[in-house]
Design a protein around this ligand. Structure first.
Ligand SMILES: [Cu+2]
Length: 182
């Protein structure tokens, strides 16, 4: 019995101490959780909900009318906060970043990013995660700097849970992603 309680205690400590993803801001560990939402399609300049869950990798060669724009909600909380209240970090920017060969890596060309003091999450939308003819790998990076550069940002995660393809594990193979996020 004593051992069972001990094991239960250790187990609950362990689950409390684990974040889905983790970032360090001002020397404090924060947890980050990404929830993918239904993707959108763009019709006459307006974004409408599709019935396809994000993230979607838009095949190379599709016309823009066929693109599904991915969107996600991101929750951030102090790792030691048992209530997991969303922690607003004003300077925090999370952005899609594509690794490509031969130094051609780049951030997404455009997307919508909302990080507001009175919201209980961060919202990312209008993300065209497009496939390239050569091998490439979409990731999410985060930064406190006012730019979306490789050198001033850190790796958050590989985007690999695409709902429209299932052989996604190989997409990011062979890229040396800096940073670790476990
Ligand atoms: Cu690219």
């Amino acid at each position: 019995m004593k051992y069972l309680i001990l094991i239960a205690l250790i187990f609950s400590f362990k689950t409390m101490a684990e974040c889905p993803l983790e970032i360090f801001v001002s020397d404090q560990a924060h947890c980050v959780e990404i929830k993918w939402l239904e993707g959108e399609i763009k019709k006459r300049g307006n974004y409408d909900l599709s019935d396809v869950l994000s993230p979607v990798l838009n095949e190379n060669g599709l016309v823009p009318q066929e693109w599904i724009y991915s969107q996600a909600e991101i929750k951030v909380w102090l790792k030691n906060d048992p209530n997991k209240l969303h922690a607003y970090i004003p300077q925090l920017t999370i952005f899609p970043f594509m690794y490509m060969g031969h130094g051609h890596s780049h951030p997404i060309s455009s997307y919508q990013y909302e990080n507001n003091a009175d919201a209980d999450n961060i919202k990312m939308s209008q993300m065209n995660l497009q496939e390239m003819p050569m091998s490439s790998c979409w990731t999410l990076r985060w930064t406190l700097a006012n730019e979306q550069k490789l050198r001033s940002s850190q790796h958050l995660k590989i985007i690999n849970e695409y709902t429209n393809i299932n052989d996604n594990e190989t997409i990011c193979e062979g890229f040396h992603l800096d940073g670790h996020s476990h």
